[in-house]
Design a binder for this molecule. Structure first.
Ligand SMILES: [Fe+2]
Length: 376
C-alpha cells in the first residue's frame, strides 16, 4: 500500500483554482505527477517560464517537417522512422500509390492516421474506404493493403506488444466525445469478393521484431467470405469527435484522449470554442510534463498556441522540457480574437523516453527551441 504525500496548501499570493484568476501580471506553471492525473502544484511566476536567452543540451524540444520526407516504396515497412521506444514506434509513410503486397504487423496493433490522400483499405475483415482525418486501428496480425490511384500520407503509430483500447469516459459517460456507434468496420462486399483470386501469386510482408519476412501464396489470402466476433479493424474520423470543453476552465490535453495502449496515449485536438469566463486561461498553461514525452502531429488548421507550425509538421517535447504558449499566443492569454480553435492535431504522450529516428532527423527544423524567445 502506498499513496502520495497529502498536501493541499495555498502559499503567498495565489489563485485557489488552477488555470483561473491568476494574480495580476503572473504566468502559471504546473508541475505534476502522472501527466495531468496525479498531485500537482501551480506556481505564479513573474516571468514566462520559457523566457530563456539560450538553451543547450539534449533536453531541447525538436520539430520535424514530415511533409518534406521523400515518397518511398509502396510498403508500410519502408516508412520513415520518426520516434521510437520499446512500447511505441512512430513512422511516417508517404505511399506513392497502391500496395502491390499485403502487410501484417506481428509486433503490435497499428494505428494509421490518414493525413492526406484517399483510397480503399482491403484487409482480412473486408473493404473500407479511407480519407483524410481517418484513424484506422489494425489489430496485431491483420493482413492489409491500400489501393489508391494517387499518393497518401499516413502517420503510423505501432503499439509495440500491446493493444489499442478506449479511455474510460468516467463522469461524462460512454457516448461522450464520440459515440461507439460512429466506429465503422470493413465490409465483405462485392468489391472485396471481386479482388479474391484462386490463381494469382500474392505476397505478404510480415514484420516481427522489426524484421520483415516474405510469404508467397498461389492465391489471394484476403479470401474470407465472412466473419463474426468482437475484434475488428475500426475506422474513426476526427470530424466525428465532439471534444469536451468548459466555458470556465481550460481542460488539460488528457480530456482529449482518443486511444490508449500500454505506456502511451493518443489524443486528438479538434475545433472547440474558447473559454468565455473572464478569469479562465484561454491558452495552455506552462508545464514540464515530467513523467511523459509529448509529441504532436499537426494535421489541419491554424494551431493556436504555436508559431511557424504548418500541417505535416511534428513537434517533440521530451519530458522535463518546460513549455507553454509562444510569445504571440501569450498575448491572448485571457482574450482570444476568434470564438473557437480551428485545428486538428494528433498528440502522442509516452511514459518512456523516445529516440529520434533517421527519418525525422533528416527533416528537422533546428531553430524550434528559439521560437519561444522574445517577450509577449
Ligand atoms: Fe505539454
Amino acid at each position: 500500500m502506498k499513496r502520495y504525500i497529502p498536501v493541499s496548501r495555498v502559499e503567498g499570493t495565489a489563485s485557489r483554482q488552477a488555470h483561473c484568476d491568476l494574480p495580476e501580471g503572473t504566468y502559471e506553471r504546473e508541475m505534476s505527477k502522472e501527466g495531468f492525473f496525479g498531485p500537482a502544484v501551480f506556481f505564479h511566476h513573474r516571468h514566462p517560464p520559457t523566457g530563456w536567452t539560450e538553451f543547450t543540451g539534449p533536453l531541447q524540444p525538436r520539430a520535424f517537417d514530415l511533409a518534406k520526407l521523400a515518397a518511398g516504396e509502396a510498403s508500410p515497412w519502408s516508412a520513415h522512422e520518426v520516434l521510437v521506444n520499446p512500447h511505441c514506434r512512430v513512422r511516417y509513410l508517404r505511399l506513392p500509390g497502391s500496395m502491390p503486397r499485403l502487410a501484417r504487423n506481428a509486433d503490435g496493433d497499428e494505428l494509421l492516421f490518414v493525413h492526406a490522400g484517399a483510397g480503399e483499405l482491403y484487409c482480412d475483415f473486408g473493404r473500407l474506404p479511407i480519407e483524410p482525418g481517418d484513424y484506422l486501428v489494425l489489430p496485431r496480425g491483420t493482413m492489409w493493403r491500400i489501393e489508391s490511384a494517387a499518393s497518401l500520407d499516413l502517420l503510423m503509430i505501432e503499439a509495440t506488444n500491446s493493444s489499442y483500447q478506449l479511455p474510460d469516459k468516467g463522469l461524462v459517460g460512454n457516448h461522450a466525445i464520440f459515440d461507439p456507434a460512429v466506429l465503422d468496420t470493413p465490409r465483405i462486399d462485392a468489391e472485396f469478393l471481386a479482388q479474391q483470386s484462386d490463381d494469382a501469386s500474392w505476397q505478404v510482408e510480415v514484420k516481427r521484431r522489426n524484421v520483415v519476412s516474405l510469404i508467397t501464396y498461389p492465391f489471394n489470402p484476403l479470401d474470407a467470405v465472412g466473419w463474426h466476433g468482437e475484434l475488428s479493424v475500426v475506422r474513426l474520423n476526427v470530424r466525428d469527435l465532439r471534444p469536451l470543453m468548459s466555458h470556465r476552465y481550460h481542460l488539460p490535453p488528457s480530456a482529449h484522449t482518443t486511444f490508449l495502449a500500454n505506456r502511451f496515449v493518443v489524443c486528438t485536438f479538434a475545433p472547440r470554442p474558447f473559454e468565455t469566463d473572464p478569469g479562465a486561461l484561454k491558452v495552455p498553461f506552462f508545464h514540464n510534463n515530467d513523467d511523459y514525452d509529448e509529441v504532436i502531429f499537426y494535421h489541419a488548421g491554424d494551431f493556436f498556441s504555436r508559431d511557424n507550425i504548418h500541417p505535416g509538421m511534428m513537434t517533440f517535447h521530451p519530458g522535463g522540457f518546460t513549455h507553454g504558449p509562444h510569445p504571440k499566443a501569450l498575448t491572448r492569454m485571457f482574450q482570444q480574437t476568434k470564438p473557437a480553435t480551428d485545428e486538428y492535431a494528433v498528440m502522442i504522450d509516452t511514459r518512456d523516453p523516445l529516440d529520434v529516428g533517421a527519418g525525422a532527423g533528416a527533416v528537422e527544423w533546428t531553430g524550434y527551441v528559439d521560437s519561444w524567445k522574445g517577450r509577449p
